[in-house]
Design a protein around this ligand. Structure first.
Ligand SMILES: Nc1ncnc2c1ncn2[C@@H]1O[C@H](COP(=O)(O)OP(=O)(O)OP(=O)(O)O)[C@@H](O)[C@H]1O
Ligand SMILES: [Mg+2]
Length: 250
């Protein structure tokens, strides 16, 4: 589903991704952990074209989005192709990013209508079904300001799902939430995982990573230092930096 090969990303003279590779199969749930500033968000943002890579290759569901030629020049496919490829991925951010001037329902139907051209009458039942799924049917006509953080994040998940992505990318979806609100968001994500959604989740929730992810990736200073089945990585981290990180987390 995702094939990222040797991704390099620089901001100015600072190399933030130093050759990151990841392959992900359909239905896999991968948790990405690592210290602040290690490049986790940048990696996710490169996958769905919110940042441009300087070198490497990205292919989504077998379609190349960016590749690097023998001279080391990185090329992106034409815009229309990149947009189409990126639509296979939904993204959920730490800060929800809901439209404040739109109701919950309007937030969900906006992109399917404007980006995909789906008719209002057609998308509304689907949006209502998604709201039901995330436990927010009653909030259909509320504005985001009236919702708790956990509710906002569940709307953000429903909104991403409304585009019918094949892959969901999550960037610390519970980090902005009070501890008592993280559970409801993690439950929604767990449910998605049980439905075999392909998910790449940057998280500090070690329990979630351990229980839901099939593989865990430890990233540090722009490199993947360890990538193992969840139970193995937590029980017996191999890299000293992974060990140190986990010691500080638990
Ligand atoms: N737009 C940008 N311009 C310049 N530097 C950036 C930009 N975005 C990120 N960086 C830098 O890249 C490095 C990696 O940042 P990134 O946000 O990917 O880390 P992270 O692993 O997601 O950290 P956190 O756990 O705190 O979210 C940091 O040093 C950061 O300051
Ligand atoms: Mg981040």
């Amino acid at each position: 589903m995702i094939h990222a090969d040797n991704l390099h990303k620089r901001f100015g003279s600072v190399e933030v991704l130093k050759g990151v590779s990841l392959s992900m199969q359909k239905g896999e749930v991968i948790a990405m952990i690592g210290p602040s500033g290690s490049g986790k968000s940048t990696f996710l943002r490169c996958l769905n074209h919110l940042e441009l890579i300087n070198r490497g290759q990205i292919a989504i569901e077998g379609e190349v989005m960016a590749r690097t030629d023998e001279q080391g020049h990185c090329h992106y496919m034409p815009d229309a192709d990149v947009r189409r490829i990126c639509r296979k991925m939904g993204m959920v951010f730490q800060q929800f990013n809901l439209f404040p001037h739109l109701t919950v329902l309007q937030n969900i139907i906006e992109a399917p209508m404007t980006v995909k051209g789906i008719k209002r009458d057609e998308i509304i039942p689907k949006a209502e079904e998604l709201l039901h799924k995330v436990g927010l049917a009653a909030k259909r006509d509320s504005y985001p300001a009236r919702l708790s953080g956990g509710q906002k994040q569940r709307v953000a998940i429903a909104r991403a799902l409304a585009m019918e992505p094949d892959i969901m990318l999550f960037d610390e979806p519970t980090s902005a939430l009070d501890p008592e609100l993280t559970g409801e968001v993690l439950r929604t994500m767990r449910q998605l995982a049980e439905e075999h959604m392909t998910m790449l989740v940057v998280t500090h929730e070690m329990a979630f990573a351990r229980e839901v992810a099939s593989r865990v990736i430890f990233m540090d200073h722009g490199l993947i230092l360890e990538e193992r089945p969840a139970e193995e990585l937590f029980a017996d981290p191999q890299h000293p930096r992974t060990r140190e990180f986990l010691r500080n987390m638990l």
